[in-house]
Design a protein around this ligand. Sequence first.
Ligand code: ADP
Length: 267
Amino acid sequence: MKDMIEQYRVTAEPYYRPVTNEVEMFEAAYAAKMPVMLKGPTGCGKTRFVEHMAWKLGKPLVTVACNEDMTASDIVGRFLLDADGTRWQDGPLTFAARHGAICYLDEIVEARQDTTVVIHPLTDNRRVLPLEKKGELLRAHEDFHLVISYNPGYQSLMKDLKQSTKQRFGALDFNYPEHGVEVEIVAHESGIDPKDADKLVSIAERARNLKGHGLDEGISTRMLIHAASLMAQGIPAVAACQMALVRPITDDPDMRDALDAAVTTYF
Ligand code: ADP
């Protein structure tokens, strides 16, 4: 088991460019054992931030991509049948709580509400996880920390976190970084010339203004890095932008024309 947890250790420093005071705030929340919610659109650096913080704090990181089919057993654990009979297997949340990892539940709203409530006893002073089927009350390891991500843009009445869940977390707002910082990130991640990264960020800023006017989400930092990586492979900028920025985000012909026009304004 000791070896298993070692696999989750972040050994090399993940590049993360701080945007405001999020690094200090996270460190303080970790020390205070306050669970943290990272709020913001997809592709703006939440996962990278958690990876960086796990590395900085020297703690293993267990990540779970939540989905609507996920049951409580998928994160808590279950009995498995093997040749010798039944054997309990910890789910990722239990594993992290037992061995002192940071557990990152990505897109928690996707999970069913009966799944979400299992985290409650871990988020208050008790820091316990009742494993009812196993008859064990697990006390979380000293180093265990719970982090969830949440995209407020996707929220609807049917799919939102309950207040009783939200109020257990301290929250950090994430968004697309301001122009100069995003240029730095795109250039760093792809290796392209900062002048070209600057143009990509300008295209994204135009597209982000179309959010709610035909686009559900803005062009993310992740998408800009995709376009830049194609350019780094020698693909001409316009073709790279079509593949990585325009086509993935919309099927609407008029919206595609509008985005193509933004691309040709800069390249
Ligand atoms: P999210 O979890 O918010 O969906 P990610 O953390 O996967 O998004 O971010 C997408 C990509 O954007 C990352 O892989 C990373 O390359 C880049 N990125 C975004 N913000 C930053 C940042 N502040 N510092 C370094 N890289 C960043």
